[in-house]
Design a protein around this ligand. Structure first.
Ligand SMILES: [Zn+2]
Length: 367
């Protein structure tokens, strides 16, 4: 099979489907999921109909909520629709609960959900009331299966459109909400907007207060900014798609874990295709990486699917997938005690898997 054929198979045919059942059972941690990007298609459909968004036609709704192929343009329409639909506290609570339930349903043992607190005075929403609605959703999700046993933490995102004061305000809110489960701060948004110096004081303040930091970085070629981000040495980085040789070397020397979102990068054309994704290079170099979804709803994927796509694209064995899941635990922003519980879940899975392998070998062995 040629490289092009394999790429097509992985992208268009469910070539990864062989790996999917195993990946669905694997205990996984999700470290890069934006709340608004993970909304259920059925919820979007229901909200569009009840709120009658005039900007969307029936054909638009059908296309952006279908399970089939979704173009990049469709992804942006979907993002915009979610923004227009989340104008009530109840809706924010509901989507938070549903996102948590969906991750829990596919053996996600730990979820770091990130969101940008928004002031939307026209809808009676402040950054603080927005976060109260998100926390209510987490509380609701905890009360019943499937999410009852899952750990959920929050990262507050600074949008690159924010000025220094808005970034500082988000960090102040994050610090205030640390007892409620906020463990870190993220920098995200249009990678072509804003400058690093604007948000640096807020990020330094977050760090001094004990929050961890992850940065969307190198989504586009901006080598100077990426160097400045490496100088800051965040606890994690996201994407790292566009690096020159010097940055590559610096990154590898830094050992900073990178959140890699295969489908997101392919759909937004940050990389040409799955088999060309820099996961391959990073993994081969032994650099710490963690597979994540970014926006499971917008990009029509799941965490299990991302593991399965990685297996199909890069020829990973089940043992290597278990290793990936085990190592990802080490990059979580939760406490050591909480990590211990997550480690044990992977260990238990590995043990059951090994027993099953031995059983199968015994069954095929000649008597
Ligand atoms: Zn992201």
């Amino acid at each position: 099979m040629s490289k092009q054929q394999l790429q097509q198979a992985v992208q268009e045919q469910p070539g990864y489907s062989t790996w999917l059942p195993f990946c669905q059972l694997l205990p996984k941690v999700e470290l890069h999921a934006h709340l608004n990007g993970c909304v259920r298609a059925s919820t979007i459909r229901e909200l569009v109909h009840s709120q009658q968004l005039s900007s969307l036609s029936e054909a638009d709704i059908e296309r952006i909520t279908s399970t089939g192929h979704r173009s990049l343009a469709d992804c942006f329409v979907l993002f915009d629709a979610v923004h227009q639909l989340t104008t009530k506290h109840d809706t924010i609570t509901r989507i938070t609960r549903e996102v948590i339930e969906d991750f829990a349903a596919e053996q996600t043992t730990y979820l770091e959900l990130r969101t940008t607190p928004k002031d939307r005075p026209e809808h009676g929403i402040s950054k603080r009331s927005y976060m109260a609605a998100v926390l209510a959703g987490i509380q609701q999700a905890r009360q019943a299966q499937p999410a009852a046993g899952m750990l959920v933490k929050l990262l507050l995102s600074i949008d690159r459109r924010n000025d220094a004061a808005a970034a500082m305000d988000t960090v102040a809110l994050a610090i205030k909400l640390m007892p409620a489960g906020v463990v870190g701060v993220d920098l995200s948004g249009n990678p072509s907007v804003g400058s690093w110096a604007t948000w640096l004081p807020a990020l330094q303040h977050a760090r001094q207060a004990g929050l961890k930091v992850t940065l969307h970085a190198a989504e586009v070629a901006n080598y100077e900014e990426t160097h400045a981000m490496l100088d800051f040495a965040p606890e994690r980085l996201c994407h790292m798609c566009v690096l020159d040789e010097a940055l590559q070397q610096r990154l590898w020397a830094s050992n900073i874990p990178v959140e890699l979102c295969l489908t997101s990068n392919v759909k937004t054309n940050s990389v040409p295709g799955y088999v060309d994704h820099h996961f391959k290079q990073f993994y081969a170099a032994g650099h710490p990486v963690v597979l994540c979804t970014d926006d499971s709803g917008v990009f029509g994927t799941t965490l299990s699917q991302e593991y399965a796509i990685a297996a199909a694209s890069f020829g990973l064995e089940q043992q290597q997938l278990i290793e990936l899941a085990a190592r990802a635990v080490e990059y979580c922003f939760c406490s050591e005690q909480e990590k211990q519980k997550l480690r044990q879940q992977v260990l238990d899975f590995r043990e059951a898997w090994q027993q099953q392998q031995q059983q199968q070998q015994q069954n095929v062995a000649p008597t």
